[in-house]
Design a protein around this ligand. Structure first.
Ligand code: PLP
Length: 368
């Protein structure tokens, strides 16, 4: 009998971060005391003016179809944001709005990849990139940014990975899962390589651009593939929810002061988590420049044994045993393409983070 699953989907793994979150939720439902640091979802509430804009849109009856890739009012707000914050001139014909970051990236890949096309994905990478490339029919090419280089891609590594089949490179700064942010000079060095290979398109995922601590700068590049992406959206999602789009207009055009306020809170949380993790025996945690993730190494724990007699062979065993022993849910580095590490999302309260790090310290101290 032929398989129900398509050939394209059979190449794809389920999302590891969603799996950890679901596991933590299931344990909580059983009554276990579980702290979930798996999902990258801030604990802060949506600002009141943004909530009100969504409610007003419903009251005005703005609940109908919009253009497939976003309504003109929102594209204008996005264009104004690019000008105001990034000094970039984007016409609204160069802007694509989708229901989420995932959909934007997937639309770009589906619109452009043919079988055999390669996409360079620097590891540690956000879990979904390689699988989205596979689903779109392309071939992910993993290159590594090592901890000693701040988990960043070096120009010679990029140069060596480019072939005649390379269609895209995906750059994500600040990074999920490491929080690493490229400096202008580092990006210029990568750009110098890419200029020698004009067939390679650059997909910059700047999801965490407002969460950069200290003095870091970066930029993204406009590309005229928006017409192709609109064609994909027109035959798949139709359009992002009109209510969300009106909320987004208000979020972009309304007061922005909550962004630096929240940024400060995240920076303090980063410092708390990095300091407490570095006090856990066998863990080494670099200080990231942005986002709300840390990516500690467990190199010093490999080969040790838990109280239950389990040998910590790799980061998957470590995260499973940490959850079993102390009820702390984190994601194994294997999911992000570089071991032996794990990822913590610190987008939660100081009290929760302190308790989670105390439990991690206790777990590490119990290993023999
Ligand atoms: C780097 C990166 N890109 C894209 C996304 C997807 O965003 P969305 O939830 O809007 O689809 C995420 C979400 O975790 C992310 O971390």
């Amino acid at each position: 009998m032929s398989s129900l699953q398509s050939a394209a989907l059979s190449r794809v793994k389920p999302s590891a971060t969603l799996a950890v979150t679901a596991q933590a939720r299931a344990l909580k439902a059983e009554g276990r005391d579980v702290i979930g640091l798996g999902a990258g979802e801030p604990d802060f509430d949506t600002p009141e003016n943004v909530k009100a804009a969504a409610i007003d849109a419903i009251r005005r009856g703005e609940t109908k179809y919009t253009d497939a890739d976003g309504m003109p009012e929102l594209k204008k707000a996005v264009s104004a944001k690019f000008k105001r914050e990034n000094g970039l001139d984007y016409d609204i014909s160069q802007i694509h709005v989708a229901p989420g970051g995932k959909t934007v990236i997937y639309n770009a890949l589906v619109a452009t990849l043919s079988p055999g096309d390669e996409v360079i994905v620097p590891a540690p990478y956000w879990v979904s990139y390689p699988d989205m490339v596979l689903l779109a029919g392309g071939e992910p090419v993993r290159v590594v940014g090592h901890e000693a280089d701040g988990f960043k891609l070096k120009p010679d590594v990029l140069e060596a990975a480019i072939t005649a089949r390379t269609k895209w490179i995906i750059l994500n700064s600040p990074s999920n899962p490491t929080g690493a942010a490229y400096t202008r000079a580092e990006l210029e060095a990568l750009a110098a390589v890419l200029r020698r290979h004009p067939q390679v398109w650059v997909l910059t995922d700047d999801m965490y651009e407002h969460l950069i601590y200290g003095d870091f700068e970066y930029t993204g590049g406009p590309k005229p593939l928006i017409d192709l992406m609109r064609k994909v959206a027109g035959q798949t999602t139709s359009n992002p929810s009109s209510i969300s789009q009106w909320a987004a207009v208000e979020a972009l055009n309304g007061p922005q002061d909550f962004i630096p306020e929240r940024g400060k809170a995240f920076e303090a949380r980063r410092d708390l988590v990095v300091s407490m993790l570095n006090q856990a025996s066998g863990i080494r945690c670099a200080t990231p420049e942005g986002a709300f993730y840390v990516y500690p190494s467990i190199e010093g724990l490999i080969g040790k044994t838990t109280d239950a007699g389990v040998v910590i062979a790799d980061d998957e065993v470590f995260t499973a045993e940490l959850l079993a022993a102390e009820g702390v849910a984190v994601v194994q580095g294997a999911a992000f393409g570089l071991s032996p590490y794990f990822r913590i999302s610190y987008a939660t309260s100081d009290a929760v983070l302190e308790e989670a790090c105390t439990r991690i310290q206790r777990f590490c101290a119990s290993l023999r």
